[in-house]
Design a protein around this ligand. Structure first.
Ligand code: SF4
Length: 392
């Protein structure tokens, strides 16, 4: 049913005023609210939460440590089955070398993300986390996620709480929100039939939060889910957040359609993406931060998210391979992210994993200039090329 006229106006004004909206109301806003009114309402909530007008970015590096994976998600262009001739796993030395480069370029965070390799048990993760913390204690390990916990639990025959505790004690600081994809049973079982179900993903995160390991939550839009299923994904996350408060941010992004078994075109348009960002800001009265994605939707849409409720543009991404394998061609650099934020009328600030401001760039004359701090795709080695070569 379509929600129109005075009822929609009333709903928008209640949501903009900070009232909690229920899933039915979120769906009505998502499908029926005029785009600009929706953006204005989300921006009003964001302004109240962040009156300093700052929007943030982070310098980090994704290190994809293996592409060997038994989970075979149908949307994934990155993985290779065990035994495949193109399968690889980085050595400890290579991972440490990449961490060293990241430190040299000013990164504060490492995201170790990889396939579910049957060769890697809990001891491998403990060893590499401990080694990174020993060599580079200044790096925050915001890595793995609920899916990896489930996988490590299987390979090492451990319960989820034990896996989380051992990873935490070895040096893990927080979990990334990857692997959430869409948590709703029907679409999840189509796109990732071998991955743990959505309830399990949430229960691992809930356990982690209780054990002091916070996380983010993500949403990969556009793999054939209905609008109602999109809102149901948000509801499932908000319910857990009501109990734990452990999700630091919500990060929606769009499915990239190349080189994978789902094939098909991206079904989330730019306008749908902006509507989702806005509704997420209105619906998640209990999650502090909302990240707009420039990597999957492009820099223009990334910039626009800052007017639809987002307070963060995420990472410069010194290295990323997974969504790039599926067709994400967008690259950026620190200067460009700062310019995008400033161009949206906001004050740019570099943040850390905990969203603390490390440097607020009030004056363009004082902007940091380092052409090496740019996003990069690399499957084997990182070349430190000038920024211009990688921003196209
Ligand atoms: S998305 Fe992750 S778990 Fe799924 S196939 Fe790709 S690497 Fe494996």
């Amino acid at each position: 049913m379509t929600t129109t006229g005075p009822r929609l106006d009333d709903l928008l004004s209640r949501a903009a005023g900070g009232a909690r909206i229920d899933p039915q109301e979120a769906l009505a806003l998502y499908t029926d609210a005029p785009l600009h009114a929706l953006g204005r309402a989300a921006d009003a909530v964001r302004r109240r939460r962040y009156p300093d007008n700052i929007a943030t970015y982070i310098i980090d590096r994704n290190i994809n440590y293996t592409n060997v994976c038994v989970t075979a998600c149908r949307f994934c262009a990155f993985y290779r089955a065990p035994g495949h001739r193109e399968g690889w796993t980085h050595s400890d030395e290579e991972i440490l070398r990449r961490c060293g480069e990241a430190v040299e370029l000013g990164a504060t965070q490492i995201m170790l993300q990889g396939g579910h390799s049957p060769e890697l048990g809990i001891e491998w993760y403990e060893r590499i986390f401990a080694a990174i913390k020993r060599e580079y204690p200044q790096l925050t390990l915001h890595s793995l996620g609920a899916s990896e916990v489930v996988h490590i639990g299987r390979t090492s025959d451990l319960d989820h709480a034990t896996v989380i505790t051992r990873l935490r004690d070895a040096g893990l600081d927080s979990f990334a929100g990857a692997g959430a994809e869409i948590l709703v049973r029907r679409p999840r079982s189509v796109i990732a039939p071998l991955k743990e179900d959505g309830e399990t993903w949430l229960s691992v995160m809930e356990t982690a939060h209780r054990l002091g390991v916070e996380s983010t939550a993500t949403f990969m839009m556009g793999t054939g889910e209905t609008n109602a299923e999109r809102i149901e994904h948000l509801r499932m996350i908000r319910d857990v957040q009501d109990r734990t408060g452990g999700f630091r941010s919500f990060i929606p992004w769009t499915y990239q359609p190349e080189n994978n078994h789902l094939k098909g075109r991206t079904q989330a348009t730019s306008l749908e993406y902006l509507r989702m960002v806005a509704v997420a800001r209105l619906f998640f009265d209990n999650i502090a931060h909302l990240q707009g994605s420039w990597l999957t939707t492009g820099k223009d849409i990334g910039q626009l998210t800052l007017h639809f409720g987002a307070d963060d543009l995420g990472s410069v991404m010194l290295e990323e391979n997974v969504v790039s394998s599926a067709g994400a061609r967008h690259r950026s650099n620190r200067t460009e992210l700062i310019d995008l934020i400033r161009g949206a009328g906001r004050v740019p600030a570099q943040r850390d994993t905990l969203y603390r401001h490390l440097a607020v760039h009030e004056d363009p004359a004082d902007d940091p200039v380092d052409p090496r701090v740019h996003s990069h795709v690399s499957s084997t080695a990182l070349e430190l090329l000038p920024a211009a070569a990688a921003t196209g």
